[in-house]
Each structure stands twice: as structure tokens, then as C-alpha cells.
Design a protein around this ligand. Structure first.
Ligand code: ARG
Length: 456
């Protein structure tokens, strides 16, 4: 629309290729918010007459209303959200032609995107807190249920199911810190940086920064139009969060199989098969795991975009939002649906217990018992390992052995040792800080609620 130095119009194919409206239109509210702050400042500093600024401001409110009521539809031929809003503003109020004073789309898009992202991230912090609460509640529900704990997907030691849920609570707590780091890192206001070098006009950058709720104006005009670090900080949060979700999904999918069968998924979160009537498939878990690659891909996409870009703004940067939106939408939907699912997951205590009885996952408990009798741990490990070998050969479980049989293999075995040989005792006696002992789990649940309430 602004011809200036061009002799011909931009080719239609080029307009189509370079437009970003399909991507950035969702930021219209943030863009108008930024423009209102900018024009208030232009009026305040006397760069525009106060009454001019007021007219432009009310014109902007009018555009917002038109968008919200569906009266104004943007056009791709106007390239992006910024140009569309400015053009509509100028139709309503000719003084709109003064809005872009002391501003470039480079500092404008950097500001608009931060405002929009900040809002989305704040909403994610609430969703993430809710997810963590759901895990604490699941831990409470299942704190006395014993499941086999695995390393290398081999039965290792019995653990409390509550302890298992708490392990994800810890991971999500770290994700929460990463999310806040991303919020903190977008908290400088680019407005006033102009295209790259600032402005000859006496802009009040403190004022726009304050009006828009940023901590301060960005210190360096080149950096603030060039950098997308704050998006990367979000992407890293998102990728780690999805990796946690993905691993969680694998556990639940596995434990829900007919072979493990101790996790019961809510019917409402599973789907049937079009062919096999008996099927109840864990699709929500599989899809959440399946979406993880896209979120990681979006992070890699931006990293590759940024690598090798010269200072400062380059049009490549317009591609920064596509993956960001995709990632935000995915993370938000996964966070919500996983919270709803976990809230209804149940554990079949009998099945999870019986799985342990068949194995030898109390072997460490025996070795540690012998250690307390003065036997060096390495020797205790060998003695107990030999016994396990004998048991497997003779197809006999620990629980089936009499004290006499125990003594044949372990001369130090006694009545007291027989008493600790149950999964319940095994869990109960693991009472060091952070361990799976029932008492510890109870304490961690209480502390978890306190930590959650204390989050900013
Ligand atoms: N739509 C553009 C973006 O998202 C706005 C900035 C355009 N700036 C420019 N100098 N062409 O990056």
C-alpha cells in the first residue's frame, strides 16, 4: 500500500509467499495493546498532540471491537497483522497515519510476540500447577499400593505407587522453573528500538515498557530486534516437559498391557478398535507420546533458523512463530488431557503385588540385612546372589523357603530376617530421605502441597 521507492507493485505470487497473516493474526489483541501504549507515549512526550494521540487510541479500540465482533476481516494482501490493523485504523481515523511514528515493524513484532507469548505462558503455569496437583492427589490415592520398581525394565525393588507419581511431580517442578525462566527472559520491552538503531525522536521507552508491564526497556536496540532467545527458552521448557510426558506415557501404556495389567486406565480416555471388539486402546497416552517429536522438532527448527543469521532483523525471523504456536497448542492440550486422565487412573493392588512375589526383588533387602550383621556388602551381595541362582534352578520363591533352608545358604539367617521378607516391609524399611518408604512418601506429599502453594 505504501509505494515510496517502488516503481511497480509487488507481484501477487510474492505477496502470497511473504505474507504472515495466517500465522500472526492470532496476535491482534497483543498488537493493539502495544500500539495503544506506543501512541499514549507519543502523546505524552509531545511527539504527537495529546488530542491526536487520543483519537488514534480510540480508533485502535474501535478496530479491536470490529475484530472481536467479526466486522473486520484482515486481508493477506496487507501482509501481516501489524499492517492490517494500521490500515483499518487509518480508514476509521486518518490520523492513524501518525501511529507508526518512531516505530518499525521490527520492534513492533518483537513487542507484540512477547506480549502474546507472556499471556500464553502465564496460562501454562496455571495448567502446570493443576497437573502437579493431580499427581499429588494420585500419590495420596496410591501411597500404600506396592508396585515392582524397574531398572533396565527388570524387576529391581518394590516401591510405593505414590512414590512413582511423586517422581513425576519432581520433574514437573523443574519444568515449572524452566517455564518461569522463559517468562523472565521475555520481560524486556523492545519498543523504541525501531528498525535496529533506536530513534531521533524523544521517545519515552520507560513509559511504554511500564504501560505494557515489562520490567524495563531492552538495553540494546540491535539485540532486541535480532534475538529470539526468549522463544528458545520456551522451546527448551516445552521439549523437556514433553519428554517427561512421553516417558510417563510409556510406563502407563506398558503397565496397562495384559502382561503387566496393574494399571487401569479410565474407559473415557481409551478408544476401541474398528475390528477387534475386545480392544481398549490407550490412544491418549500414545498420541501424547507421538506429539513429543513435533515439539522437539519445533525447537530444532528455530535453532537452525537462528544459526548463521547476521545481526539484526532478517526476514527469516518471520518463520519463528509457526513452530512456536504449534508447540504452545500441543503442550497446552497435552497438559490438560494428561491431568484429566491421571485424575482417574487406578492401580490393581493385587496384580501389582503378585508380580513382585514371583520375583527376587527382595534380594537387596537380604544383603543389607547381612551388612547390619557385620558382613561386608560385597560378600553379602555374593552370598545372596548365589542363593537367587539356586532358587531359580530349583524353581522356588523366597517366600516358600523355611528358616532351615535359608540357613543352609546363609548361616546368618534368623527369625528376624524372615520378618523383613515381604514387599510391604521392603518398602516400609526404605526410610531414608527421598526413599520410597511409606513414611517418606507421606511426608513428600505434604511438602509437595506446600511447595505447590508457595509457587509464584
Ligand atoms: N511480519 C514480519 C515478522 O513477523 C514483521 C516484520 C517485518 N519487517 C520487515 N522489515 N519486513 O517478522
Amino acid at each position: 500500500m505504501w509505494h515510496g521507492r517502488f516503481k511497480t507493485d509487488t507481484a501477487e505470487s510474492v505477496k502470497k509467499f511473504t505474507q504472515s497473516l495466517d500465522i500472526d493474526w492470532r496476535m491482534y489483541e497483543a498488537d493493539i495493546e502495544g500500539s495503544i501504549a506506543h501512541v499514549k507515549m507519543l502523546g505524552h512526550t509531545g511527539i504527537l498532540k495529546p488530542e491526536e494521540a487520543l483519537k488514534i487510541e480510540s480508533g485502535l479500540h474501535e478496530v479491536l471491537k470490529e475484530i472481536q465482533t467479526g466486522k473486520f476481516t484482515p486481508s493477506e494482501s496487507l501482509e501481516d497483522v501489524h499492517m492490517n490493523i494500521e490500515a483499518r485504523l487509518t480508514e476509521i481515523e486518518p490520523l492513524g497515519a501518525k501511529l507508526h511514528t518512531g516505530r518499525s515493524r521490527n520492534d513492533q513484532v518483537a513487542t507484540t510476540t512477547r506480549i502474546y507469548l507472556r499471556k500464553r505462558l502465564h496460562s501454562l503455569t496455571e495448567d502446570l500447577k493443576e497437573l502437579m496437583r493431580v499427581f499429588l492427589n494420585a500419590a495420596e490415592r496410591h501411597k500404600n499400593i506396592i508396585i515392582p520398581g524397574y531398572t533396565h525394565m527388570q524387576q529391581a525393588q518394590p516401591v510405593s505407587m505414590g512414590h512413582y507419581w511423586l517422581s513425576w511431580f519432581e520433574a514437573f517442578m523443574r519444568d515449572y522453573s524452566r517455564l518461569h525462566f522463559a517468562l523472565d527472559s521475555l520481560n524486556e520491552c523492545p519498543l523504541g528500538a525501531g528498525a535496529l538503531a533506536g530513534s531521533t525522536l524523544p521517545l519515552d521507552r520507560e513509559m511504554t515498557s511500564q504501560l505494557l508491564g515489562f520490567d524495563s526497556p531492552a538495553r540494546n536496540s540491535l539485540d532486541t530486534v535480532a534475538s529470539r532467545d526468549y522463544m528458545m527458552d520456551y522451546h527448551y521448557f516445552a521439549s523437556m516437559f514433553m519428554i517427561h510426558i512421553s516417558r510417563l506415557c510409556t510406563d502407563l501404556i506398558t503397565w496397562n498391557t495384559q502382561e503387566f495389567a496393574f494399571v487401569i486406565l479410565p474407559d473415557a480416555f481409551c478408544t476401541g478398535s474398528s475390528m477387534m471388539p475386545q480392544k481398549k486402546n490407550p490412544d491418549v497416552l500414545e498420541l501424547s507420546r507421538g506429539k513429543t517429536g513435533q515439539v522437539i522438532g519445533n525447537m530444532i527448527d528455530l535453532l537452525i533458523n537462528l544459526k548463521g543469521l547476521p545481526m539484526t532483523y532478517n526476514r527469516d525471523l518471520q518463520e519463528d512463530k509457526r513452530g512456536l504456536w504449534a508447540s504452545l497448542d500441543t503442550v497446552e492440550s497435552v497438559m490438560k488431557i494428561i491431568a484429566a486422565l491421571i485424575d482417574e487412573v487406578e492401580v490393581d493392588e493385587k496384580i501389582s503385588r503378585s508380580g513382585i512375589d514371583k520375583g527376587y526383588s527382595l534380594a537387596t533387602d537380604i544383603a543389607e540385612y547381612l551388612v547390619m550383621k557385620g558382613i561386608p556388602f560385597r560378600d553379602a551381595h555374593t552370598i545372596t546372589g548365589r542363593l537367587v541362582g539356586w532358587c531359580i534352578e530349583n524353581n522356588i520363591a523366597f517366600g516358600d523357603m523355611s528358616l532351615e533352608q535359608w540357613k543352609e545358604h546363609i548361616p546368618d539367617a534368623d527369625e528376624a530376617m524372615m520378618k523383613i521378607l515381604s514387599p510391604e516391609e521392603s518398602v516400609r524399611r526404605r526410610n531414608v530421605y527421598g526413599a520410597t518408604g511409606f513414611e517418606q512418601v507421606k511426608k513428600q506429599i505434604t511438602e509437595g502441597h506446600e511447595r505447590l502453594d508457595a509457587l509464584r
